[in-house]
Design a protein around this ligand. Structure first.
Ligand code: ATP
Ligand code: MG
Length: 436
């Protein structure tokens, strides 16, 4: 296969047209090894890994275990001393590294922006280098700024030092994606920003990936980040030996060994809260009235509700106030003065963790769930949350046991086949060269 014009990545990008499905490429690491000169042991020792096209794989592991070295071998910022890298089926182990890197987006912790270039120049750099026309580069810069949620007019001409840390990271991601590479490598890209900004950037990456379907290899030492982002997670021990490579759910519920359990931590329940959405639990219907309902009807409904409390909705069906009978009496029937404002809501897409936070800060221990346009859809309370998490953990345990059982069955099946195979081969070969 030639590494000229097509190289590893042109294909998906050339599908053309707005709203195209840019698809990532598979990445295969075969016995990939790095021995730094003068070191007794390899920093990365014979890693084998297959990453599917369009998949986001997170590498986690303790400091110094070789995550960055592994990542940088994929775009050959570090030359492997052994093994092979295949991208989209093509062996790129010896391809011109400069050409290779133009096809692979790369985002790092310090954003890596060139300080003497404007935001636009930084983003346009690779597209320009690969020969896109001026017009196309200019359009792309706007498109990328838009994609990462920065106003093009405002940020176009700024220099990196005139941006906040989070904005720099956004530009870093925009630059990495500018030439539409099928593969994106990210080395602790959100490591240097505050937790709230990090959370936003993570959300944005999830949204981006939903649109773009790149193949992303993401390095972090934060397991929560790994769980939130990864389709699969590779937990690495020293020398990048893979301790476990599986989905977040499987790793949480069925850690391969003590090393992985240690990494996962004891907070399995808490982590389950991060993985589950409000729509996955039972949302209770609550008695509601609207601001246009006659007072008498509101009184009647409160009385009939059994909860002595009712949810007052505004004209557009959005939660407005919690209303008790006494509130209405005291306010002499004035809806404007009665009740307590609903100050926190969650959507059906929120995580149970968000819901739990809202529930914990609510004096009655519940939170209103809203739909797309902020309209009332139901209520989730503490008891529901607790029960759901309990049930999920129980189901996880059962799944894990079943999985374990299946594994054991498969293993014994395999042993049986191997046994039969050996016997068969020995029989057929009749003492000659037996081929398995
Ligand atoms: N240029 C180098 N020369 C010699 N040894 C190196 C070099 N770069 C890294 N190492 C060593 O290789 C090992 C792996 O380093 P690497 O940077 O890949 O780890 P990491 O998992 O990314 O760690 P961290 O989480 O701290 O970023 C470490 O022991 C490190 O000291
Ligand atoms: Mg590192």
């Amino acid at each position: 296969m030639s590494e000229t014009s097509a190289g590893v990545t042109e294909a998906p990008q050339e599908r053309g047209g707005a709203g195209r499905e840019a698809t990532g490429a598979t990445i295969r690491l075969e016995s990939l090894t790095k021995r730094y000169p003068g070191s007794a042991d390899p920093a990365v020792d014979s890693v084998n890994m297959e990453i599917n096209a369009g998949e986001l794989v997170v590498l986690v592991g303790p400091s110094g275990c070789g995550k960055s070295t592994t990542l940088k071998m994929i775009n050959r910022l570090i030359e492997p001393t052994g093994g092979r890298i295949r991208i989209g089926g093509e062996d790129v182990t010896h391809m011109d590294p400069v050409k290779l890197r133009r096809k692979i987006g790369y985002a790092i912790q310090s954003s890596g922006l060139f300080p003497h270039m404007t935001v636009a120049q930084n983003i346009g750099l690779v597209p320009k280098m690969v020969g896109w026309s001026k017009v196309r580069v200019a359009e792309r810069i706007e498109e990328m700024l838009d994609l990462v949620g920065l106003d093009a007019g405002e940020f176009h001409g700024r220099y990196p030092r005139q941006l906040s840390g989070g904005q720099q990271q956004r530009v870093g991601v925009a630059r990495a994606l500018a030439a539409d590479p099928p593969v994106l490598l990210m080395d602790e890209p959100f490591g240097a920003v505050d937790p709230i900004t990090r959370d936003h950037l993570q959300d944005e990456l999830i949204r981006l990936q939903h649109e773009l379907h790149k193949t992303i290899v993401f390095v972090t030492h934060d397991f929560d980040e790994a769980i939130k982002l990864g389709d699969r997670i590779a937990v690495l021990r020293e020398q990048s030996h893979i301790a476990q490579f599986d989905t977040p759910e499987a790793i949480l519920t069925n850690p391969a060994d003590d090393f992985v359990s240690g990494f996962v931590g004891a907070g399995a329940a808490l982590k389950r809260l991060n993985l589950t959405r409000v729509r996955d639990v039972e949302i209770t219907d609550y008695p509601t009235v609207t601001v246009d309902d006659p007072l008498q009807e509101i009184f009647n409904k409160i009385r009939a509700s059994g909860t002595n409390e009712i949810l007052l909705l505004d004209r557009r069906g959005r939660p407005y106030k919690w209303l008790r009978r006494g509130d209405l009496m005291r306010a002499r029937g004035s809806l404007a003065r009665a009740g307590t404002l609903v100050n926190d809501t969650v959507t059906r897409d929120a995580t149970l963790r968000d819901a739990l936070e809202a529930v914990l800060t609510d004096n009655a221990g519940r939170v209103v769930v809203t739909g797309r346009r902020g309209e009332y859809t139901g209520v989730v309370d503490m008891e529901t949350l607790m029960n759901s998490v309990q049930e999920m953990l129980e189901a996880d345990r059962l799944d894990a046991m079943e999985h374990q059982h299946e594994l054991e069955e498969a293993r014994s099946e395999q042993t049986r086949h191997e046994q039969e195979g050996r016997e068969g081969a020995a029989g057929a070969a009749g003492g000659g060269e037996a081929k398995a």
